[in-house]
Design a protein around this ligand. Structure first.
Ligand code: GLN
Length: 529
């Protein structure tokens, strides 16, 4: 196993995750088997209990792991399915060590950060690296992204573990990549000092980077590279310019041009094979159309819906259609905001805030026959909207939202749940689709596997009445309703599952393909009208 460890300096939010995923893509394009691990130095066991407005989307893996959104980037860039063990947190590491201590595994010893916590970190990394990819082969290369910024107290034990790994592994089995920021001053000059300082901080921890990836609004010119090289002992050819690009999927191409693959391969003693360029072709497909989609949400932060945003992009690329997103605040938007969009999307969510606005948007999509895609909470709210305005159950609501007629009720197995962490209905479930329906047509089959994250479901008591009133449940998992659609509407589809967690540029998600192509049709028909 060869390791590529990625650390970050200067500040957070530099796109370390995209850089990591992109390095993986460069190697995957060369035919290497690549896997990835994300280290999150927070004390939470997983991201499931964190507020997405602070931490970004909670990404859901096939095994039900609720993880950092960077794992979504790895899956999308590498076209692999990762597992919960690929997201290592301080919480998980300490829990394991404390469990071992209680069991008596360390009997007689004083349990300490070094060696007990660092040993556990190394064990977690190697176990995740050795996990066969999608049940097949074990990877040849494992990317390890250390979250946070060098110098943070929280990431110290992880960097110490990396330092130990560096000593234990053969030199050609590990490369250290440091991602930093090179700001541009008002005179337009590249400022290398923050990079010098962050490399210094890394060296104080016993880590010398092999490669420096410089994030900047400008290209890092040869003089700046030379300067960084002088101060850091990193050869100039391993100082890589990573200028901002409009689309994250262009990053691998930019790094390719910078010769990063060559540097990585030579350090890791790997043959720098001729890259397969299919992925580059897919992600640079030209746009010939443009549609505007409204996403109605209670958060004004786009990172909360990272996977939805990306899935729209994937479907858009496949349909040569640029998808422009209009973010609408569920509590304050007005009818005018929806009038000129080509489609309406209501995403997942929790809690009462913004729910009435989302229902308003769904009603508008249904009545004005605008393409509509509802996801998870969006699916549940479609059912509530239909129950209220078509079935006439004026107090229809979800048990989650309080009193009323609960057309959406708690899942039976959730009634017993007391702990809130990791206890939702999570991850993969097999769904049966009815033949001759929009959903079955989109997937081209009648059995699918998709990912979930919810506690509530369509109350089985109301399914018959809703169907009779015209809302067709076209996908289910046993008693559980998973998909609904309307036949007297150009495109009205909602799913209890989250198709966005399985979409990638080379494998766009069928419901998103259906939605974007309906938006495209809607646009053409309104234009010709
Ligand atoms: N809050 C809803 C539930 O728990 C929907 C969850 C979601 O949208 N992910 O069932």
């Amino acid at each position: 196993m060869k390791y590529i460890v990625v650390t970050g300096g200067v500040m957070s939010g530099l796109g370390k995750g995209i850089t990591t995923a992109s390095i993986g893509r460069l190697l995957k394009n060369r035919g290497y088997q690549v896997t990835a691990v994300k280290i999150d130095p927070y004390l939470n066991i997983d991201a499931g209990t964190m507020n997405p407005a602070q931490h970004g989307e909670v990404f859901v893996l096939s095994d039900g792991g609720e993880v950092d959104l960077d794992l979504g980037n790895y899956e999308r860039f590498l076209d692999i399915n990762l597992k919960s063990i690929h997201n290592i947190t301080t919480g998980k590491v300490y829990r394991n060590v404390i469990e071992k201590e209680r069991r008596g595994d360390f009997l007689g010893a004083t349990v300490q950060i070094i060696p007990h916590i660092t040993d556990e970190i190394k064990h977690c990394i190697s176990r995740a690296a050795q996990e066969p990819i999608d049940g097949g082969k074990v990877a040849e290369i494992c990317l390890v992204e250390v979250g946070g910024t060098v110098g943070d107290i929280e990431s110290m034990p992880f960097l110490e573990a990396v330092r130990q790994m560096h000593g234990e592994l053969a030199p050609q089995d590990m490369v250290l990549v440091h991602v930093t920021l090179v700001p541009v001053d008002t005179m337009g000059d590249l400022k290398t000092k923050p990079t010098q300082h962050s490399v210094k901080a890394l060296r104080e921890l016993g880590l010398q980077p092999d490669i420096i990836v410089c994030r900047s609004s400008e290209v890092i010119n040869p003089q700046a590279k030379k300067k960084i090289s002088n101060f850091t002992d990193v050869p100039a050819k391993a100082v890589i310019s990573a200028k901002d690009v409009p689309d994250i999927y262009q990053v691998p191409m930019e790094l390719e041009k910078e010769g990063l693959a060559d540097v990585v391969c030579s350090y890791l003693a790997l043959e720098n094979k001729e890259p397969d360029t299919r992925w580059y072709r897919v992600v640079s497909q030209e746009y010939t159309n443009r549609v505007t989609v409204a996403i109605v949400s209670k958060y004004g932060i786009e990172d909360v819906y990272m996977s939805i945003k990306e899935s729209l992009k994937h479907a858009g690329r496949a349909l040569s259609t640029e998808v422009n997103i209009r973010w609408l605040d569920a509590e304050t938007f007005n009818a005018r905001d929806l009038a000129d969009v080509d489609g309406i999307l209501v995403p997942g969510g929790f809690g009462k805030r913004g729910v009435e606005g989302k229902i308003r948007a769904i009603r508008s999509a249904r009545e004005t026959k605008k393409p509509y895609l509802g996801l998870c909470l969006g699916f549940q709210l479609s059912v509530i909207e239909y129950a209220r305005h078509v079935l006439g159950i004026s107090d229809a609501t979800s048990e989650e939202m309080g009193p009323g007629t609960h057309v959406i009720a708690i899942l039976p197995e959730q009634e017993e749940v007391s702990d809130l962490g990791g206890t939702m209905r999570l991850g993969n479930c097999t769904i049966k689709l009815k033949e001759d329906t929009t959903i079955a047509e989109l997937y081209g089959k009648t059995e699918i596997v998709e990912r979930h994250r919810h506690r509530y479901e369509v109350n089985p008591e109301f399914v018959g009445d809703l169907e009779e009133a015209g809302l067709a449940f076209t996908g289910s998992c046993g008693e559980r309703m998973e998909v609904c659609e309307l036949s007297d509407h150009p495109f009205y589809l909602a799913t209890q599952f989250h198709p966005e967690f399985k979409s990638s540029p080379t494998n766009p998600s069928p419901p998103y393909i259906g939605f974007v192509s309906a938006c495209k049709k809607n646009k053409t028909s309104t234009q010709t009208r």
